[in-house]
Design a protein around this ligand. Structure first.
Ligand SMILES: C[S@@+](CC[C@H](N)C(=O)[O-])C[C@H]1O[C@@H](n2cnc3c(N)ncnc32)[C@H](O)[C@@H]1O
Length: 258
């Protein structure tokens, strides 16, 4: 495998899918994709792409390998607790509804966590929750809303009883929670951003992007927030110079729009 091989692959994938792999950290992405094509018996990215052109299943496998869908409800529980108890009252400031975006929502655990917190605080009915991901398959799974015990390990008991229906070893998200989330396919690196959000939750995806792609995203997230709106990032995704983007740290992993 040569770099030229990967660079040409990036170009072809961009033309085929609109996904720009050059904005993802190269070493990681190359390693993930190479291990997939080798497992499938190909010698190079070139061969892999030719085969993908003829075989939709292989293309889907590629998409599945490049998007990493691991998620869970209330991931890093302490952070969600801070959001609910400390930051939500500040965000509301007397209002009874908020506009939220779960960006890179994967299979739905994150936007449903948000919906449950809003429901618990009698805010769900009037609020708007947008949940987006580049991966259509993940969105379909999210819309089904059935999860195994593993995805619920951080869910407080009260939430488990109020918002899930257990059937055998699976947990079904209740209908009113499911209905409250609008799912949509969206590529953070190329699609337009909605505006006026009170809260943007974008966790555990920025780590896969190059530094320059990340900077552009911080800029765009900041513009998508209303004044005093909050950006909530993942546990290894702190922004080192938030003021450059018109943001200010209010808690670890939380930034407010100035
Ligand atoms: C590890 S999951 C994070 C899920 C959730 N936010 C969480 O923290 O549990 C990363 C998600 O990012 C999505 N993703 C990767 N590249 C993306 C892009 N360019 N635009 C939108 N979503 C993307 C993947 O499809 C995957 O579902």
């Amino acid at each position: 495998m040569t770099d030229k091989d990967y660079v040409a692959f990036i170009e072809k994938i961009k033309r085929k899918s609109g996904i720009d792999l050059s904005l993802y950290k190269e070493t990681q992405m190359k390693r993930r994709l190479k291990s997939l094509y080798e497992k499938k018996g190909f010698q190079s990215f070139h061969e892999f792409f030719l085969a993908m052109e003829k075989d939709k299943c292989l293309y889907n496998l590629f998409l599945d390998r490049m998007t990493i869908n691991v998620s869970e409800f209330f991931r890093n529980y302490q952070r969600w607790n801070i959001l609910e108890k400390k930051l939500l009252p500040r965000l509301l400031n007397g209002k009874k509804h908020i506009k939220v975006w779960s960006a890179a929502c994967s299979t739905g655990e994150e936007p449903y966590t948000i919906a449950m917190i809003l429901a618990q605080n009698s805010l769900l009915e009037a609020s708007y929750i947008l949940a987006t991901d580049i991966d259509e398959q993940a969105i379909k799974t999210a819309q089904i809303g059935i999860y195994s015990e593993r995805a619920l390990k951080e869910v407080p008991l009260e939430y488990k009883t109020n918002y899930f229906q257990q059937e055998g070893s699976f947990y079904h998200v209740k209908e009113d929670i499911k209905r409250s989330v609008t799912f949509r396919k969206h590529n953070l690196l190329s699609d337009r951003f909605e505006t006026d959000f009170d809260l943007i939750v974008c966790r555990n995806v920025l780590i896969y992007f190059t530094e320059s792609a990340k900077k552009e995203l911080y800029e765009k997230f900041s513009k998508s927030l209303r004044r005093n709106g909050i950006l909530f990032v993942g546990s290894t995704e702190q922004i080192f110079t938030p003021e450059k983007y018109g943001l200010k740290t209010i808690e670890t992993f939380f930034y407010t729009r100035l």
